[in-house]
Design a protein. Sequence first.
Length: 225
Amino acid sequence: MLNLIHNTRNYYCIIILCTNISIAYKTASSSRPTKVKVKAPPKEEIPSFRINYSRMVAKNFAKLRHDHTTSDIILEVGSKYYHTHKLVLCNVSPVFGQMFNGKWKESNENRATLDETEQCQKVFDIFLDYAYGCRNGFLPMTISDVVPLLTLADKYEVNGLKGLCSKFMQTLVEGNIKQAITWMQTAEELQLESVLQRCYEVICWNLKQAFQMIADVSFIRISTD
């Protein structure tokens, strides 16, 4: 908007640009116009809030872990029965998604029997803890737990848990030749390239000790057979 005001000596030009006001004026004693900027008053600030929805969702999922009243599928694993929820299981595993929403018989039933090894049965509680996001984000895992957990994660395609187990193995195999030899076959079978590479490095750095351990293991196996 342009508004020109004229009098006998001065010319005033008022220009409004967005939120700022520029005033230019020229007097008889000045050859160039002088500009003065007048800022518009600041807009009223609207308060904003940030809510961590991921943490809220995790807590709500964790509450369902032992909630039998809303359970819609019972998993039979060995001699134990787990009251679970199809929504949670399908969210974490595409295999469970096909099992409960596909052509499998379990899709129309409220009970499913899972055929797991004895080692996997022992860690199935931990496997479900991961699915429900329990224990305040901490997953209890020992050296004896990691291989059966990896087996479950690989079987049900739970890639997040598989990645955690892989990092756990890479950390513990550092400088541990015996563990490197023990986990090398598992890493190869489950195609854990980063773990396998780390096992190779630890063994190569300690070849003499590694050969001695392998020889001792071979002798024990031959003698027991």
